[in-house]
Design a protein around this ligand. Structure first.
Ligand SMILES: Cc1cc2nc3c(=O)[nH]c(=O)nc-3n(C[C@H](O)[C@H](O)[C@H](O)COP(=O)(O)O)c2cc1C
Length: 328
């Protein structure tokens, strides 16, 4: 399908997740059927202070396309500078984060805090769309808290200033990641703007993705947490949307195989030191609920040599295959 002039091969996209959706994970998600991926949020202020490091966060490989770069900040001019920097990397779109609830982000007036000042939101979107030729999109929450639900107004303002699509994570900032997403808010935004809407929040299983499209009329579905240790979920969700059928989940052995594939990508792209540390959390997610997983995780979490980690995972996988296995 066509989305803002970008050719997408489905309607299910991977959510940007700081500390998670780096290049290795994005590549894996695309291999497993994500229609589009996003970089982790990058600070526009940091771009001015330490541009090399922030630029690194925005970089991606050709095989990740279509890919969006996401930036955040509270200063319209700094946002325009960051947007221009992002544009020089030639992503498929540029997304502005107006949803991050993290204290260190909202304290500086950025992320979800901008939802408390819709005039600032207007100025940020205007400056960014005025600066770059790329499609600019915004990602919002429902509002700051239940007393200030502004998604419809924020989306309309963004549209008026040239945003080409809006992602709605249907929670307030006050909810953090708790409670449940209010999909009706996505429907209301969908009915209030002419630009495409990406629905987000609590899509956990393939059928949820189809349910969200159905109930809200949104154009694309974005999946975050449910894809941790489960990158195949995106393709499975697309398959469900296309056919109404649920694919079998990969076997435990296959899951470890994907984990090893992820490990190798991380080693190759992030370097040994970073890969060993960062892959620990991913290994925890991949192995969640598997027989004997806690023992392997304990061992892996104390190991700093990637060769030995790979060996442990390989042995664990082979043990899963033999009936006697690795049972605790
Ligand atoms: C670990 C983590 C990091 C996140 N980082 C970002 C981010 O960098 N940018 C962003 O827009 N949203 C971020 N989010 C929010 C997700 O993109 C998404 O909106 C949210 O998790 C709700 O979707 P889900 O219910 O499918 O997880 C993050 C979420 C998590 C769990």
């Amino acid at each position: 399908m066509d989305f803002l002039g970008i050719k997408l091969d489905g309607r299910v996209v991977l959510a940007p997740m700081a500390g998670v959706t780096d290049s290795p994970f994005r590549i894996l998600a695309r291999r497993w059927g994500a229609a589009m991926v996003y970089t982790e949020l990058a600070s526009s202020e940091a771009m001015i202070r330490d541009s090399a490091r922030t630029r690194k966060l925005m970089e991606f490989l050709p095989e990740e396309r279509p890919v969006g770069i996401q930036i955040f900040g509270a200063n319209p001019e700094a946002m325009a500078v960051a947007a221009a920097e992002a544009e020089s990397l030639n992503p498929d779109l540029l997304d502005i984060n107006f949803g991050c609830p993290a204290k260190k982000v909202v304290r500086g007036g950025s992320g979800a805090a901008v939802l408390q000042d819709l005039d600032l939101l207007r100025r940020i979107v205007a400056r960014v769309t005025g600066r770059v030729g790329l499609p600019v999109t915004v990602k919002i929450r429902s509002g700051w808290d239940s007393e200030s639900i502004v998604a419809v107004e924020a989306a309309r303002i963004a549209e008026g200033e040239g945003a080409r699509a809006v992602t709605v994570h249907a929670r307030t900032r006050a909810m953090g990641f708790g409670g449940s997403a209010d999909w009706d808010m996505i429907r209301r935004v969908r009915e209030s703007v002419g630009i495409p809407v990406i629905g987000n929040g609590d899509v956990r299983e393939p059928a949820d993705a189809a349910g969200m499209l159905d109930k809200t009329g949104c154009d694309l579905v974005m999946i975050g947490r449910a894809a941790l240790g489960r990158p195949w979920l995106l393709g499975a969700a697309q398959h469900y949307i296309d056919s109404g059928e649920t694919k079998d989940e990969p076997s435990n052995e296959e899951r470890v195989r994907v984990c090893l594939e992820h490990y190798d990508l991380a080693l190759r792209l992030n370097g040994e030191r970073r890969a060993v540390l960062e892959m620990r959390k991913h290994i925890g997610w991949y192995l969640k609920g598997m027989p004997g997983a806690s023992r392997v995780k304990q061992a892996v979490f104390h190991e700093t040599d990637p060769g030995r980690v790979r060996k442990m995972l390989g042995e664990y996988r082979d043990g899963l295959n033999e009936k006697k296995g690795f049972i605790n």
